[in-house]
Design a binder for this molecule. Sequence first.
Ligand code: ATP
Ligand code: MG
Length: 275
Amino acid sequence: MVVANQKGGVGKTTTTVNLAASLALHGGRVLVIDLDPQGNASTALGIDHHAEVPSIYDVLIDSRPLSEVVQPVPDVEGLFCAPATIDLAGAEIELVSLVARESRLERAILAYEQPLDYILIDCPPSLGLLTVNALVAGAEVLIPIQCEYYALEGLGQLLRNVDLVRGHLNPNLHVSTILLTMYDGRTRLASQVADEVRSHFGEEVLRTSIPRSVRISEAPSYGQTVLTYDPGSSGALSYLEAAREIALRGAGVAYDAQHAHMGAHSEQSMVEGIQ
Ligand code: ATP
Ligand code: MG
């Protein structure tokens, strides 16, 4: 699942790490690939990513096997991360002259033999070759949309890029999931943006939206996801719920409002959904 939106600061990284942790806590084996030179996903997962650490840069540029850079995430069983180091900032340019420059990540993933239920790829806020590598490697795209005034601006460009990659390099790629982030139910603007997104995209929009939450924004400074930092917070619960929707959808189970209120029994079906 490619988490992409070329707009900066909309919640790509936050969504990647917290959804990944939610899926892992429900029993899945999940790999996060940090494809952003900022390395925010690596930081948020408590993964060492100083310049000497083997990273996704080595995978893309030097064809190093993915298995040599993947690290287990402390605190969350079943969660793994391929970190990004600052080297990756140069990769966008270095890739240009390499053979199969758009499909190097795809090749690396295909050669990775560890069993996994999900791979989530955190993209940088641009539509360059790093994001193209993610789109070529991925099966589906998740677009986080921040409930703010300019939220939909630039989205057309992202959707056209997805179409281009589908047409030329990855025929199965599709936008499967839209997630509304930083939703503040007290403002009319947030609900207007949410309505507009829902009427435009329909079924792809998860019913769960992610509230604006201080706990969510604090967690990365402790090298944690909100799921371990404050498991009972509204932010943690909403990411768990979003993960449940995704898992049930993946298992071909229609999601209905009832699921939002199911108890222990539903945890079981969630796990079945993942496996
Ligand atoms: P970039 O484009 O730079 O990669 P991004 O799209 O990955 O940004 P994030 O880094 O996930 O966005 O989020 C941007 C900022 O908003 C961060 O400081 C993050 O902590 C904060 N943030 C994200 N989601 C929430 C939320 N639900 N509530 C409060 N703060 C949030
Ligand atoms: Mg980010």
